[in-house]
Design a protein around this ligand. Sequence first.
Ligand SMILES: O=C(O)C(=O)C[C@]1(C(=O)O)C=C[C@@H](O)C=C1
Length: 328
Amino acid sequence: MDTKKEEAVAYLGPKASYTHQAALSEFPESKYIISPQTTIEDIFAAVQSSTASHGVVPFENSSNGSVVFTLDLFADLHGRYPDISVCGEIYLQVHHCLLGHAAKSQGETATSEPAHGISTQPGNPRVKPLHDIKHIKKLYSHPQAWGQCKLFLAAYFKGIERQDVSSTSKAAELVAQNTTGSSAAISSRMAAGMNNLDVLAQGIEDNQGNSTRFFIIRRQQDVVAPDAQNASVEMADYKTLVSFTVEHGEPGALADCLAIFKKHKLNLTSINTRPSGETPWHYVFFIEFRGRKRADGAGGAVNEALQELEKVAKNGRWLGSWSNKLKE
Ligand SMILES: O=C(O)C(=O)C[C@]1(C(=O)O)C=C[C@@H](O)C=C1
């Protein structure tokens, strides 16, 4: 059996982050070297420099919206990542836990019984802590996680200090190292096991269906364009991401760009903006839509739209086309 691992896949480490779990779902450890990075920018850099063949980055969360760190790297204001493109997507259910050290004198259900299922009261957290949490004086997590657990945090940790860290698994690691036992992390169940931490509460996300979409990135030159398919199959089975800026002083400049997608019957699936970095209050637009770019010269609605977009938008960039994984 050939067990030689040649390709490295960069993800937001340390182990047990949600990005790690997403990476493992697509890239088995038996075939790939799964390589932890400290920041999302490190993942872009590893792929750009070909240290890693692929990277896995969080892109958006169903309840908390876009991951702005990732969008800013795609906007690439300093021209560091010109070859990065999206070649796939992964949807992962995200169920957060509160991890820490259970207070020694307290029993399993010291403060309250866990509330199973969805609370009947709108605006209330869905669950209660499994253990006493009065000794917790500081919380650690990734900034995206706070926004996904607002109700639980408002009910049980009002006024408690929060420390942003680079990932939820890093948060668990830091809490495990704190011997006072007075800190806790919002992190995954996998991180509890890996760091020997107690699960003080589970399922603390506001929405039971909480999920995050990750992009798989690679260098554009490594992406092989598949053969052209039936147009309706392409529309249903693929998605494409582009970015551009517009002439800000010109009324209707953005509308002219969007009209091109309408003309070619390309259904938009997401729109994002980030500061362009060139001038204050100017923006870069990210448009995602159904369909895929074919090889140059192969025609098709997406290729035609991209050609027309070049004429009306500024700094246009095709950021990739990939197989749609959203089950609707
Ligand atoms: O911190 C992690 O565990 C990550 O993988 C990052 C990240 C994100 O940036 O969205 C991934 C999934 C969750 O939405 C929370 C955090």
